[in-house]
Design a protein around this ligand. Structure first.
Ligand code: GLN
Length: 540
């Protein structure tokens, strides 16, 4: 029996659980975020959370090439990229409670068992693990009108039964009338017979039902538009009323998904089912956003992102979204081209790869692969006055580049050259010797004071900011006095003046780089000043 039953009943938070079937990569995160978006548009307070059945403790050590970017919350949790979608679609700032991985819960359970907290009981998946999952859900949802919970992976994964059991049981704990279960499925198209098939979706729903969960809403993804018959068939075979079925063909932009769900009546359906006291939805600004995304721009600019992970867009998801948001706000088209950092080995190669670009971005990164190419890109930008935006590692290579361009040929970071004679970037005090482990970085929100007369202050329109961080290395203050002779300025610092947070190049159309990650605070309809400023500079 779950211990919090009575307390929870006294405060009826409504829950929306989002699960997936058939295959992964269907946009379950986008669906969860879009449901949040349309509920928030009704004046409701909404929180959202991802339960990830992976046995990892957090996403900090997952390979970005495989799992996409590591999204950092304001309180410093290293989470997966779905939290980025959530923040962008809900225009909110989440906390560590919004990201739960099995490893974290298991570790706590094992620690509790060792500490004797179970008083000799057998510690089991049900109820101990499932109760701990329910705790995590209830804690995150407290105080909100609606709490949306997405379960990672697909129904039937080896790691996930306990999570399905937990959300099933939560239905009876908080009252099934307070819960909506949404299953996201896929409808394959057979080109030979020109048919959309519903069987895999039926099977996925049956898998879910076998775990005791009857879905109330079905979101069916398909590559092409379908007709009404598909909906009727899905309804008949999956036991979900037609009104609870949304069919989502490929969208022109993911930001269209909330509007499509709304058009198909899912917002009203959920509101009714949960008996929510909701206002009329307001989607004006979101509609404007979608219009500006699909409008044909008069002019398109080419921005090169110099990086080492080239095959998976998801690795730099927030950076891309922030660049795009900047371009939508500036009313220009954006062509993002990948530049393989490892291919910029010589000055000639760098010039060849970069000469047709209107702007250069060096995003965050770890490890030495491709680092010389990133430095070369920053050197190129400084010499040729091409707009440059440096994000975290992008600031560190900018400092190295400025130093090298001005005769400090051995300038480097101790991350890549531990014994360099000119460590212009070095390990932060207190972090030395912890280079390879998870959870040892400066993470999350920290304040930064910007120098009044600087390009950075101009784009921000203020001098006090708070931004998110994820780094171990920092600019070495011993070299600050040389910055002027290198043509750069440390224009942003931690309020105690001890840590460089932003640098910019003097006499340059746009060369701004930050130790923090501004991309996490950009929203599709509220672009971040650094990104908007960068895009605006391309127009000049
Ligand atoms: N590797 C660098 C550091 O640890 C930069 C990190 C980043 O770009 N997120 O400081």
């Amino acid at each position: 029996m779950y211990k919090e039953r009575d307390k929870t009943l006294a405060k009826p938070v409504k829950y929306v659980f989002v699960t997936g079937g058939v295959l992964s990569g269907l946009g379950k995160g986008i669906t969860a975020a879009s449901i949040g978006n349309i509920l928030k548009a009704r004046g409701l307070s909404v929180n959202i959370q991802k339960l990830d059945p992976y046995i990892n403790v957090d996403a900090g050590t997952l390979n970005p090439a495989e799992h996409g970017e590591c999204f950092v919350t304001k309180d410093g949790a290293e989470t997966d990229l779905d939290l980025g979608h959530y923040e962008r679609f809900l225009n909110t700032q989440l906390t560590r409670h919004s990201s739960v991985m099995s490893g974290r819960i298991l570790r706590q359970l094992i620690d509790d068992e060792r500490a004797g907290k179970f008083l000799g009981q057998t510690v089991q998946v049900v109820p101990h693990f499932t109760n701990a999952i329910m705790d995590a859900v209830i804690t995150a949802g407290k105080g909100f009108d609606v709490h949306i919970v997405e379960i990672g992976g697909t129904v039937g994964d080896y790691e996930s039964p306990a999570f399905f059991e937990a959300i099933r049981e939560l239905g009876s704990v908080v009252g099934i009338e307070n819960c909506v279960y949404v299953q996201v499925v896929y409808l394959p198209y057979l080109s030979t017979s020109k048919e959309i098939k519903t069987k895999p979706a039926q099977n996925a729903v049956r898998d879910l039902r076998s775990m005791g969960i009857l879905p109330n809403v079905l979101v069916a993804r398909s590559e092409i538009p379908t007709n009404g018959q598909t909906r009727t068939k899905l309804s008949n075979f999956c036991g979900v009323p037609e009104a609870g079925i949304a069919i989502l063909p490929n969208a022109r932009t993911v930001y269209e998904v909330p509007l499509t769900l709304e058009d198909q009546g899912i917002g009203e359906y959920i509101v009714k089912k949960l008996k929510l006291n909701a206002k009329k939805p307001k989607h004006d600004s979101w509609k404007k956003l979608v219009d500006s995304i699909i409008a044909t721009p008069k002019k398109t600019y080419r921005v090169g992102v110099v990086a080492k992970y080239l095959d998976n867009q998801d690795t730099y998801m927030s950076v891309f979204e922030a660049l795009r948001a900047g371009s939508w706000a500036e009313g220009v088209g954006l062509e993002i081209s990948w530049v393989d950092a490892e291919s910029l080995k010589t000055k000639t190669l760098a010039t060849k790869a970069l000469k047709d670009l209107d702007g250069i971005v060096v995003p965050g990164g770890f490890g030495s692969r491709g680092i010389e190419g990133k430095i070369a890109a920053a050197q190129y930008s400084l010499t040729n006055k091409v707009p440059y935006l440096g994000l975290c590692l992008g600031m560190q290579v900018a400092v190295i580049a400025a130093a090298r361009n001005n005769g400090v040929t051995q300038a480097n970071s101790t991350e890549f050259a531990p014994n360099t004679t000119d460590p212009v970037i070095h390990t932060m005090i207190g972090q030395s010797g912890k280079e390879n482990t998870g959870g040892t970085m400066r993470l999350g929100d920290y304040p930064c004071s910007i120098e009044k007369k600087s390009a950075a202050a101009e784009i921000y329109g203020k001098t006090s900011i708070i931004e998110r961080h994820r780094h171990r290395y920092e600019a070495n203050n011993a070299y600050l006095s040389q910055y002027e002779s290198w043509g750069i300025k440390a224009v942003g610092k931690s309020p105690d003046g001890k840590l460089v947070e932003m640098i910019e190049a003097v006499k340059h159309p746009f060369f701004i780089a930050s130790q923090f990650h501004p991309e996490f605070l950009s929203r599709p309809n509220v672009p971040h000043p650094m990104f908007q400023g960068f895009i605006a500079s391309l127009k000049k």
